[in-house]
Design a protein around this ligand. Sequence first.
Ligand code: NDP
Ligand code: 8X3
Length: 252
Amino acid sequence: MNKITLITGATAGIGKACAFRFAKKGHDLILTGRREARLQELSAQLNEKYGIKVLILAFDIRDRKATTEVIAGLPDEWKNIRILINNAGLASGLNTVQEGDIDDWERMIDTNIKGLLYMTRAVLPRMVANKKGHVINIGSIAGKEVYPNGNVYCATKFAVDALTKGMRIDTVQHGIKVTQIAPGAVETEFSMVRFHGDAQRAKTVYEGYEPLRSEDVAEVVFFATSLPRHVNINDLVLMPSRQASAMIMHKD
Ligand code: NDP
Ligand code: 8X3
């Protein structure tokens, strides 16, 4: 086997771009997400283009039992995961707290915090035993600043920020690297999901300036994993050049 990288949420956006970037470098990949047909298509593309091995695992990361069992049940040759990219996540809704939809809140908390924790808890022990591994958590500018109506999504990304620091403290003596990559606006399916399929509204988020592309983020994630063993990026915020903070964009 080549170096094994597990990417959660590889069916779209940043996770999918990471799959292409790491495949190009010859990593074998474990790719997760709920949409199995997309995982199958992606696996075939990566295998054909880069000749790497791909294992697809279609499950909902909010499901604690499923997440624990798929990792426990990995075939022996796939068990030694070197890089875990905790990417699966979403925003659902954009409302004040007083008008918020509690189902939206639970979806975000269950995916962005609990799902990330289930996966990390399942993968980390073997990294610790191997004294080798790198966890990359995809945070957000929303985990650095709270913006109007961002409340619960921001809270989940602040949690990712805190968990990244906690994971680093807990594993530093075992030779594990832990990194947070926190992007600003990236044009993906993110806003379609946030606005519950309202394509028109989603489009306006990325109008009037050049947002980041998924590939830009994947390049930075890859860079963070390609440094010498004694060098770690703890936390990296990347933004479109025309974005100064969560709310300040220089639009045409
Ligand atoms: P996309 O919507 O394009 O991709 C999200 C991915 O997460 C999909 O592959 C989706 O797979 C997966 N996912 C979502 N919910 C679940 C679930 N319950 N179980 C398993 N997989 C799930 O969005 P992005 O690529 O933009 O988002 C990726 C990460 O980047 C998220 O954590 C997001 O918060 C973060 N981020 C995004 C920014 C942006 O502006 N786009 C900026 C900063 C951070 P499927 O639906 O098939 O399950
Ligand atoms: C996604 C970026 O600014 O919409 O995390 O929260 S933002």
